[in-house]
Design a protein around this ligand. Structure first.
Ligand code: ADP
Length: 659
């Protein structure tokens, strides 16, 4: 409040108030010129619109300008000071209340949305004016002008005058106050001038008596001809055009009525004429305000779409990733320009060809099968690392992701994006080679230590008190041996140097072998193993070494992760093309959060450390490599502290690589 009073010492502020008061007063004088009926109540009361626009644009602080302007206007026209003060109070509250309510509802003065129009009509035009009409009418009656019987007629005309003042005068002032946003070019300005000349002439013809050719009948029948012009104004010039055109049309209509001509004039009933005119003005103002906002919103949405399309296009075209759109048969519909950098083919060369044409022959079958899986389900996403053959026949590795958007009508394609990862793969390969070499080097010495330890144990050639130590040494040698074998196997699979042989394999026999190899651990843990295989299992054509890797790891894990006294059940079930191996344990289970990562390299569950501190997190990773290579599948079901079941489908005939 203090700062508000301090403002009165600022010359700039005082000047602004003075200007607003002067403009208010002038607009009141203008309004008086079409005042009618008793007590000089005007049909359209411009000061209301002027004060509302001024307080919205320049801030609520300027309200004293409204008060002073209103006081000047009323003191000079009203019979007593009491009435003048009352009306002034009403006008001030009206302006402040309207702006307060508009701010509350985050009204934007450029009328950006239909919400802005609605808020403006309800809170500014309809509600705030109600207050001023009530206070004004009360002031007149209490001041001795009119009696209580005339309350309703005076109040209603007062309210209509203020309502139209807000509806017709404030919107053009508000939208034109943002002149900076107006794009200036000559064609645009010329069209604007032409439009307003046509609107003015048509309105003069339709709503005044200037052109005698237009009789009252013609004017009544054809007054709607102004509509196409208002549509033109709203369509081409949006809110700036519609509000100004409506103001122009209304002003000309008022002029017609005041001079006793035009389609709204009812002979002998001036009040009635003004009501017709008021309804007409309110409806064109409302209709075209909403219409122009809708057009503006549509244009804005359209240009946002165009902008985002441009952004998206430049993103794709400048990305180093290759983006390819293919149909359900694998034919290329689109490929981004970066395809040239990666594959040496231009997009034009690739259009219409099959996306599989440039895949390395060794990876083709795998990718075709992945593609079949991808298109089997809408929105499915599959990623893979594979090789591509470039135009100069050199080979590169890429990491690719495919997304099935065939059923999305805006895309209707499978989207593939991939990037060259040859360097990374080479680096990985050299690391794997290093691991493989080291494991090989360790294998010999470990075998020797194992052999000598076993002979020492057999010969009992050591003091009795050292037996425990020797057993520990032997256990450690065995686990070192397992770890080395695991590392060797992983590196062999990663380097792709495994030869897959195909020979008849008795799966049940392999399961029994592995169980008996693990017998010592099963006993140590006091685990009860059952086999629920019901039928005779036919031999499969497979690679016994690979099958053993899978079974050893799964059975080993079931034992490792099942506490003392637990249960394990194994079973084999023949299916159409596969044999399903199932191993169910009553162990610690896999926590939900770990489940998605369980087949990744070096991953160990968060709950295993207590039960089994040793472990490399490579077993399941290796199994997944083996299963993928053989064309089978593996999955699991698990609940923490309840147990885990692993399922593996062994194809009845595996894919072999042996010549
Ligand atoms: P490791 O056993 O050396 O940790 P694996 O790759 O064989 O590595 O297994 C990865 C992780 O999967 C394990 O650390 C464990 O968390 C979880 N896991 C595998 N099998 C089981 C099982 N039968 N029960 C509970 N957790 C298991």
């Amino acid at each position: 409040m203090k700062s508000f009073f301090l403002k009165f010492t600022e010359p700039k502020y005082l000047l602004k108030i003075a200007i607003l008061a002067a403009v208010y007063y002038c607009s009141a004088v203008l309004g008086q010129s079409f005042a009618y009926s008793i007590n000089k109540i005007s049909l359209v009361w411009p000061p209301v619109g002027v004060s509302l626009a001024a307080l919205i644009v320049f801030g609520l602080d300027l309200w004293p300008g409204v008060t002073i302007g209103a006081l000047l206007a009323t003191v000079t026209t009203q019979p007593t000071l009491f009435i003048a003060l009352g009306i002034t109070l009403g006008n001030t509250i009206e302006a402040i209340g309207a702006v307060y309510l508009l701010n509350l509802f985050e009204f934007k003065r450029s009328f950006e949305s239909v919400k802005d129009v609605t808020v403006f009509i309800i809170f500014a035009a309809a509600l705030s004016t109600l207050i001023s009409a009530i206070i004004g009418t009360l002031s007149l009656i209490l001041g001795g002008v009119g009696n209580w019987n005339s309350f309703l007629p005076i109040w209603s005309k007062w309210w209509v005058g203020d309502f139209l003042g807000d509806m017709i005068i404030a919107p053009p002032l508000l939208v034109w106050s943002r002149f900076a946003k107006f794009k200036l070019n000559y064609a645009y300005i010329l069209q604007g001038i032409l439009l307003f000349v046509v609107v003015a002439l048509t309105s003069i013809g339709l709503f005044t008596g200037t052109f005698t050719q237009f009789s009252f009948n013609v004017q009544s029948q054809f007054k709607f001809l102004i509509f196409p012009l208002l549509i033109w104004a709203s369509y081409k010039f949006k809110q700036k055009g519609s509000t100004l055109a409506v103001l122009l049309v209304t002003a000309i209509c008022v002029w017609g009525v005041v001079t006793g001509s035009g389609p709204f004039v009812m002979a002998g009933n001036f009040d009635q004429s003004l009501i017709y005119l008021g309804v007409f003005a309110a409806s064109i103002s409302l209709t075209f305000m909403v219409f122009s906002v809708v057009i503006e919103q549509r244009d804005r949405a359209e240009s946002e779409v165009v902008d985002s399309e441009k952004r998206f296009k430049s993103l794709i075209e400048n990305s180093s990733d290759v983006i390819v759109l293919i149909d359900s048969k694998g034919a290329i519909n689109y490929t981004s320009p970066s395809t040239y950098k990666v594959l040496q083919y231009t997009p034009e060369e690739l259009l219409g060809t099959s996306a599989f044409d440039r895949i390395h022959p060794d990876d083709k079958a795998r990718l075709i099968s992945l593609f079949q899986q991808l298109i089997s389900k809408p929105n499915k996403v599959i990623s893979a690392t594979f090789r591509l053959v470039r135009k100069d026949q050199s080979i590169i590795w890429v990491d690719g992701v495919g997304t099935n958007l065939l059923s999305d009508p805006t895309v209707s394609s499978v989207i593939l994006n991939y990037r060259d990862v040859t360097e990374r793969i080479k680096l990985d390969e050299s690391k794997t080679e290093f691991v493989s070499l080291s494991a090989h080097q360790l294998r010999g010495p470990v075998a020797t230590i194992r052999w000598y330890t076993e002979s020492l144990m057999k010969a009992k050639a050591f003091p009795a008190n050292l037996e425990g130590n020797l057993t520990e040494i032997y256990k450690s040698i065995l686990s070192m041996n397992d770890a080395i074998n695991l590392l060797l196997n992983v590196s062999r699979f990663e380097l792709g140097t495994v030869e897959i042989k195909g020979a008849p394999v008795n799966l049940r026999g392999v399961v029994m072998d592995v169980l008996s190899e693990q017998e010592k651990f099963i006993k140590d843990r006091d685990i009860k193993v059952t086999n629920s295989t019901k039928v005779k299992i036919p031999d499969i054509i497979g690679d016994v070494d690979l099958i053993k890797i899978i079974l050893e790891n799964l059975i080993g894990n079931a034992i490792k992760y099942t506490p003392k006294g637990g249960k394990i059940n194994v079973s084999l079930t023949p299916q159409e093309d596969n044999i399903l191996f199932k191993i169910k344990d009553s162990g610690i289970g896999i926590p939900i959060k770990d489940q998605p990562k369980i087949f990744t390299k070096l991953f160990r569950g968060s709950n295993v450390k207590k039960l089994e501190p040793r472990g490399l997190g490579l077993g399941l990773y290796l199994i997944k490599l083996v299963v993928d290579l053989k064309g089978g599948s593996i999955w699991f079901e698990s609940e923490e502290d309840k147990g885990t079941t692993f399922f593996v489908e062994f194809p009845k005939r595996i894919k072999t690589t042996a010549k």
